[in-house]
Design a protein around this ligand. Structure first.
Ligand code: NAD
Length: 389
């Protein structure tokens, strides 16, 4: 695996030109909207279509809300390479960060907001899209405020920390005629799209089992992080990392589970995990009897998505991190490039907003996943009780 960041960046750049033309259509043969559980996915999009005329040449202005590590290290650099959108503005509560970002990215003062004056973004024609990159429990408030300011919204995963908040976000976007998409970058990424194709198009026959884990050991790091705070994170590794396995299982088969069962793991590091779970294992049961077995932990390092079908198998490992994806099927290595996922994601989302086309990662998909996550927690709290969704 190539882990040299400079080389990876170069590879990404080389690949981008060719790939950007293909994605957002049916690159790799994957249907744009394939998740049957997202049948209602277009409700807010249709409303947006009714209210706006697309300008096919417009490069859309994005304002990032929350300038933490994901914005600073992934999204802002990606926005220097996007073709359909650019970094037009920032929203931050830290004046020194505003100064740094202003100098680094040449952002005009009129496009710099704090959390108090954020709502005046409604009057700023430079900003078309607000991208919410805050701690999880803050997603709802800023998505709703952005929608009321009549801006399209990209909201980071997990969309919300409750089913009720997710619904309020959908309602606000629908009522204000704007689109809402979730920062699910892997829907724009070749290896995971290949898995969607293998599973949904049954290239090796019907899928008979799925296994996935996404775990990251945080126990050598800072204790004072919002990810360990239940109020801000909504939960532990399931909300942050396990959501990728939930997504992975759903997009492997193109549908949502009908029931889940789950168990919390043992807490071996109580100095870290006294509010949120240290680890959790769960099974997702689909309508045809297929079971996806999944795990997520904050005290371990694993990252894979595996599927077995009647006549073959596949595995992505790593499957979910930003770089270095590798994959294999029963027929050999999956020979696809690693790309700059956030460039593809934001370009794809900006294109769908601009053209009033349905998103491939709509808010409704995010809300579906919050329902699944909450059912997993309900099962774990009840000692593994089967919870129907
Ligand atoms: P971070 O801690 O690095 O950044 C959080 C930002 O929110 C900081 O700028 C902080 O100042 C700001 N903030 C405002 N109010 C705050 C409060 N009350 N407490 C703490 N911070 C506050 O976090 P991050 O890793 O950038 O994650 C932000 C969001 O992005 C999360 O929802 C996370 O799940 C998501 N994320 C997604 C991906 C992905 O691959 N899609 C990757 C990383 C993070």
């Amino acid at each position: 695996m190539n882990t040299n960041p400079a080389k990876l960046q170069l590879q990404r750049r080389k690949f981008l030109k060719g790939f950007s033309l293909a994605l957002g259509t049916t690159a790799l043969g994957v249907p744009l909207i394939s998740l049957t559980s997202c049948q209602s996915a277009n409700t807010s999009n249709e409303q947006a279509q009714a209210n706006q005329q697309p300008d096919p040449n417009k490069k859309m202005g994005i304002a990032l809300v929350g300038l933490g590590q994901y914005s600073a290290n992934q999204l802002a650099p990606a926005l220097q390479e996007t073709e359909n959108c650019y970094l037009a503005g920032i929203v931050t509560g830290t004046p020194t960060k505003a100064d740094e970002w202003k100098a680094k990215y040449n952002i005009p003062d009129k496009n710099i907001y704090n959390y108090d004056n954020f709502d005046t973004i409604a009057d700023n024609p430079d900003i078309d899209i607000v991208y919410v990159v805050l701690p999880n429990s803050m997603h709802a408030e800023y998505t709703i405020r952005a929608a009321r300011a009549k801006k399209h919204v990209i909201c980071e995963k997990p969309m919300a920390t409750s089913v009720e908040d997710a619904q309020r976000m959908l309602d606000a976007c629908r009522e204000n005629g704007v689109q809402l998409a979730i920062g699910y970058r892997l829907h724009y990424e070749p290896f995971n799209r290949r898995v969607m194709e293998l599973g949904q198009q049954q290239e090796f026959g019907k899928v008979v089992s799925i296994q996935s884990e996404n775990s990251k050991d945080v126990t050598s790091g800072n204790l004072d992080i919002w990810r360990l705070d239940k109020e801000l994170a909504g939960g532990g590794p399931l909300m942050d990392m396990g959501i990728y396995s939930v997504q992975g299982a759903c997009y492997t088969v193109g549908k949502a589970p009908v029931a889940v069962t789950a168990l919390f793991g043992e807490v071996t590091k109580p100095t870290y995990f006294y509010e949120v779970e240290q680890s959790i294992s769960w099974a997702m049961e689909f309508d045809d009897g297929l079971i996806a077995e999944c795990k997520s932990s904050y005290a371990d390092d694993n990252d894979f998505l595996k599927g077995k079908a009647e006549k073959g198998w596949w595995t992505l490992e790593p499957a979910f991190g930003y770089d270095g994806k590798e994959g294999e099927t029963s027929e050999g290595k999956i020979d696809l490039p690693n790309i700059y996922e956030q460039v593809q994601q934001m370009d794809g989302q900006a294109r769908s907003f601009r053209n009033n086309e349905p998103s491939i990662v709509p808010g409704e998909m995010g809300a579906r996943d919050i329902r699944i996550l909450m059912a997993i927690y309900e099962s774990a709290r009840n000692g593994g009780k089967r919870i129907t969704i």
